[in-house]
Design a protein around this ligand. Structure first.
Ligand SMILES: Cc1cc2nc3c(=O)[nH]c(=O)nc-3n(C[C@H](O)[C@H](O)[C@H](O)COP(=O)(O)OP(=O)(O)OC[C@H]3O[C@@H](n4cnc5c(N)ncnc54)[C@H](O)[C@@H]3O)c2cc1C
Length: 338
């Protein structure tokens, strides 16, 4: 089914709860609906700016969107192949990520349980290479299927071709590629669980042989206590990426700030905890006007209810400035600014 709207309100389509409109809104439930729409409207599509939106849980709208917004509701999930060790699933980009994780855990398919309770859709999980508790979506993605909105052609990207990196993939650069399906390979050997992440290791220190449901339940519990529910308090999770710096710069910072929090990243670089930097600048729990930093997690900027996107953006710039003044580190938004 295909639905077309003009001047469409996006309040329910972005987790910051920003009251803006899109000039055109195109919603479809199958890949064929999208192909049919494009075959009749390619001129209109090529004349306008384009944006693809999933759950809108990683986007900050600072103004009305003066172009075409595409929203996939493709919700088909099929088994492509399976053997004793693993299963290959083709998952519709419009399925809620959390529903897919729940399905995997119920069926005892291992691989994505550490990514429990991350908001948003399956399509965006590949764009963002979502990650949490030591696991990233790329660890299980085998193939991404997409349609080029500019020429109505279907393309397939292997894991390598997706150029996955920390919260990054080729789809962040090629904004005309709409992901229709993502193929995930999950393990049937549920002993392959990943408990390397510090907080998880601690939680399971005295727990022999946890199953993937135990891990999922624990992570849901941790996340519910640590992060605000975006359906009640507008936010987009971590507003900033954790900065990656070379060892030399890290060693100099460590001398000056011995408590600085960092994680290994590569042979010669370190990932700093952006939340620690923000907290060290005194921002945790601070509110200015309609915008604030969440009191339990300094990486989360929230909308007190009536904020505009511009107010949130300006607030984020104040944080960037003070982190730079203190540490000479430039924070980059993880959230997409439109
Ligand atoms: C409370 C909270 C906690 C969060 N915790 C985490 C976390 O632990 N780890 C983490 O990685 N993220 C986290 N996030 C961020 C967010 O959940 C992810 O980035 C998620 O993948 C966004 O999904 P979405 O469908 O809402 O994407 P959107 O915000 O709608 O879009 C994100 C980007 O993907 C593009 N896009 C969306 N759908 C498609 C598609 N089908 N094809 C091509 N491009 C597309 C958009 O154009 C945009 O560039 C959190 C967010 C919130 C609100």
């Amino acid at each position: 089914m295909l639905k077309l709207f003009n001047n469409f309100n996006l309040l329910q389509y972005n987790s910051f709860g920003i009251d803006v409109n899109a000039k055109y809104f195109v919603e479809f439930t199958t890949e064929q609906d999208l192909i049919d729409y494009l075959s009749k409207n390619l001129n209109l599509v090529n004349e306008n700016s384009l944006l693809i939106i999933g759950g809108g849980t990683n986007i900050l709208f600072t103004k009305n969107y003066n172009g075409i917004l595409f929203h996939s509701l493709i919700d088909k999930l099929e088994v492509i192949s399976e053997d004793d060790n693993s299963i290959l699933l083709k998952v519709g980009g419009g399925i809620l990520w959390e529903h897919f994780v729940e399905y995997a855990v119920i069926n005892n398919y291992q691989g994505i349980e550490n990514l429990s309770l991350i908001p948003g859709n399956v399509g965006s999980s590949a764009v963002q290479n979502i990650g949490a508790y030591g696991v990233e979506a790329k660890d299980c993605i085998e193939l991404v299927e997409c349609i080029d909105l500019n020429n109505n052609t279907k393309y397939f990207f292997s894991n390598e071709e997706c150029k996955f990196d920390y919260r990054h993939s080729i789809f962040k650069e090629k904004k005309n590629l709409l992901i229709t399906f993502v193929r995930f390979r999950l393990n049937k050997n549920t002993r392959k669980i990943n408990l390397d992440y510090g907080e998880l290791k601690k939680q399971f220190a005295n727990h022999l042989n946890p199953c993937i449901k135990d891990i999922r339940d624990t992570i849901i519990n941790i996340r519910e206590n640590k992060l605000p529910n975006y359906k009640k308090v507008g936010n987009a999770g971590s507003f900033f990426k954790n900065p990656i710096i070379y060892d030399e710069k890290y060693n100099a910072l460590k001398l000056k700030f011995p408590e600085i929090v960092a994680y290994p990243f590569s042979n010669d670089s370190i990932k700093l905890a952006a939340g620690w930097l923000i907290e060290a600048c005194g921002w945790k729990g601070k509110v200015i006007g309609n915008v604030g930093v969440y009191e339990k997690q300094a990486l989360v900027i929230f909308n007190k209810g009536q904020a505009t996107g511009k107010e949130i953006l300006d607030f984020s710039q104040l944080i960037i400035n003070s982190v730079f003044d203190k540490f000479q580190i430039i924070l980059e938004p993880e959230v997409i600014i439109e």
